[in-house]
Design a protein around this ligand. Structure first.
Ligand code: EPU
Length: 292
């Protein structure tokens, strides 16, 4: 379906989503938009709604799997300096939704601001990380968020205080709203000590996870009190393949896409892993990654 001239004038060349995601998989969206201001964002969303076109916001695509057929809707990537701005004010840091999380972490560490260093090694944008409450062994981003700035159609922009965000295990109640920024409340500490903690978080990740391969991080949520990786490993599934997708030998909750893999290979392998884990443990693994 072709775009109306109103929408087309705001769209940029629609790159295949394989170029915009960590998995390096996925076909093109129907349209790609890169709004640079809240006003442009509002215009794009309104135009999509007027045409009945579904829209999704994409950060760095570090936690998503897009099918080979692409996405039959609009993909919106916040862009431009405004959305990526980072402002330090004492122990508070205000960052735009498109700000790069690893870069923000490094800047905070250099300034002797503690609280984000446990997220070392987690890729993505501030918006994406806040939306899903990204985290790991050393804490989640929600632990240091003071409030979140969102855009909601019909409401415009407003702040949500942390207690109303509903931060949980890889969860927030932010669905239906777009995270355009967040304010973090950090604490002063010796920059060398913070740096050491950053390096050890990073080293832990590097040793236990296939960071150099194409993946979207852990595929399944950890069942309460369990580790999905341990279950998959225990079922003997490390190295299991579908086409060119494979269960990582390094961490069984990672499905890596080898050169030439298709999204359908990963999807098939996800199905196979779930089935085999269920057969062995009667545990139904839930997806942690966002499959479009
Ligand atoms: N384990 C195995 N085999 C494996 C993987 C893990 O036996 O193949 C065992 C480990 O030895 C360990 C336990 O399972 O005893 C837990 O493993 P790990 O410390 O690697 O943590 P995880 O629960 O598997 C979680 C997050 C990761 C995060 C790590 C480290 C989830 C689903 N996963 O993994 O998050 O990086 O802790 O902080 O919550 C992600 O969100 O994409 C992600 C990778």
């Amino acid at each position: 379906m072709s775009l109306s001239s109103g929408l087309a004038s705001k769209a940029v060349e629609p790159l295949p989503l394989s170029e915009l995601t960590w998995y390096r998989l996925g076909g093109p969206p129907r349209a790609l938009f890169r709004p640079r201001t809240v006003r442009e964002l509002g215009e794009v969303l309104a135009a999509c709604r007027a045409e009945g076109m579904p829209a999704r916001v994409l950060g760095r695509g570090a936690n998503v799997l897009v099918p080979d057929g692409g996405y039959d809707g609009a993909v919106i990537q916040l862009s431009g300096r405004g959305f990526a701005r980072v402002r330090f004010d004492g122990v508070r840091v205000c960052a735009g939704g498109a700000a790069d999380l690893p870069r923000l972490i490094r800047r905070a560490v250099r300034r002797g601001l503690a609280g984000l260093e446990g997220l070392g090694g987690i890729p993505g944008t501030v918006g994406g990380a806040v939306r899903m409450n990204a985290g790991g062994r050393f804490g989640s981003i929600g632990d240091v968020v003071g409030r979140v700035r969102v855009y909601e159609e019909g409401e415009g922009t407003y702040w949500i205080e942390r207690d109303a965000v509903g931060f949980g295990y890889r969860h927030t109640d932010l669905a239906g709203r777009i995270v355009i920024g967040a304010e973090f409340e950090l604490a002063r500490d010796d920059p060398r000590r913070i740096r050491e903690r950053l390096l050890s978080a990073w080293a832990y990740k590097k040793e236990s996870q296939p960071l150099a391969a194409h993946s979207a991080g852990c595929v399944f949520r950890n069942p309460p009190g369990e580790s999905a990786g341990r279950l998959i490993d225990g079922a003997g599934l490390k190295g299991l393949r579908c086409g060119l997708a494979r269960v990582s030998e390094q961490h069984a909750n990672f499905i890596v896409a080898d050169e030439g893999a298709k999204a359908s290979d990963v999807i098939e392998l996800i199905r196979e892993v779930r089935e085999r884990v269920f057969d062995q443990y009667e545990v139904r693994l839930e997806l942690e990654i966002d499959v479009w």
